[in-house]
Design a binder for this molecule. Structure first.
Ligand code: OXD
Length: 299
């Protein structure tokens, strides 16, 4: 069962080596833009991050797509035939890493660290009224990532409300009751652009956003406006709609907005390779791979 590696912008070689360290016999093919149809004609599996335009339609024998990431949005392209199974990596270490990142950013905001950093630059030793943390955090999305985030936030003293399709509270109520909103949602047709001017208006004045999900959850122009107007205190954006974020993007220069390059946490190539080989072996035995995605729901 030949597997096509579509890991760009991550280097395919790293994943090929990690897979071959577990099973050297697995046939792998690294994608190149000039690859011809004959080389693709017997590909049955993909291990990847995104489909380059048109490639999904050139894989007549494709049976399984395994995402190298926790999200699959860049792989669920319209031309992917319905028969193809799609699975994703579920990595508790990555979830813990993401939770650490969120806690770091939430504490930084809640404990007013940027004000002390500004004071230090001005050589000003000035105590601000500051007490034990009791801020409310709304975590949007309570899957593997959101649940780990909620647990770790609670452990350091935040009051956490989780929001999911089944949580029983409206989004408006969760946004309205949160000093900090964390986006941990999958990106689907329903969640794209969910955090827009209307959502920001529902958040309390002075509140803060942390996005560790996908840039396209946020209408970035609306976020900039909400921060510029002083309604939101700012945001920590580990993900942006256009990655890499172009050098001339206005997000870079917005006071209060922290940009990181999609590094909140990454799965190791070894973990990805392990789960991929496990899924590959399941398929060889005629069983479904683990962590299948519901293609209708998009996660
Ligand atoms: C992701 C990942 O899906 O980094 O964003 O795994």
């Amino acid at each position: 069962m030949k597997t096509l590696l579509l890991t760009h912008p991550l280097p395919a070689r790293v994943f090929a080596d990690a897979v071959h360290a577990i099973d050297a016999r697995l046939p792998l093919l690294e994608y190149r833009p000039d690859i011809d149809d004959a080389a693709l004609s017997d590909v049955e599996a993909v291990l990847g991050w995104r489909f380059p335009s048109g490639v999904a339609a050139r894989l007549p024998r494709l049976r399984w797509v395994c995402s190298v990431g926790a999200g699959v949005d860049k792989l669920l392209v319209p031309e992917l035939p319905q028969r193809v199974l799609v699975s994703r990596i579920v990595d508790v270490d990555q979830a813990d890493g993401i939770a650490q990142f969120v806690v770091m950013m939430a504490l930084r905001h809640a404990r007013n660290l940027s004000a002390y950093e500004a004071q230090q630059r001005a050589r000003q030793w000035q105590r601000q009224p500051d007490g034990v943390l009791r801020s409310h955090v709304g975590v949007l999305g309570m899957g593997t990532m959101g649940s780990a985030v909620a647990r770790m936030l609670q452990a350091v003293g935040f009051q956490v409300t989780g929001y999911s399709r089944h949580s029983g509270q409206s989004l408006a109520a969760v946004l309205g009751g949160s000093d900090i909103v964390v986006c941990a949602l999958p990106l689907t047709a329903q969640t794209r652009g969910l955090l827009d001017a209307r959502a920001f208006a529902q958040m309390p004045r002075g509140s803060y956003l942390v996005n560790i999900a996908r840039g396209a959850h946020v209408v970035e122009a609306d976020l900039i406006e909400a921060v510029r107007a002083g309604h939101l205190a700012g945001a920590a954006l580990d993900v942006q709609e256009h990655e890499p974020l172009p050098a001339d993007d206005p997000l870079w220069d917005m006071p209060g907005i922290t940009i990181t390059p999609h590094i909140a946490a990454q799965s190791s190539p070894h973990t990805i390779a392990q789960q991929f080989v496990q899924g590959w072996r399941c398929l060889q035995r005629g069983e479904a791979p683990h962590n299948l995605v519901d293609r209708e729901r998009g996660y």
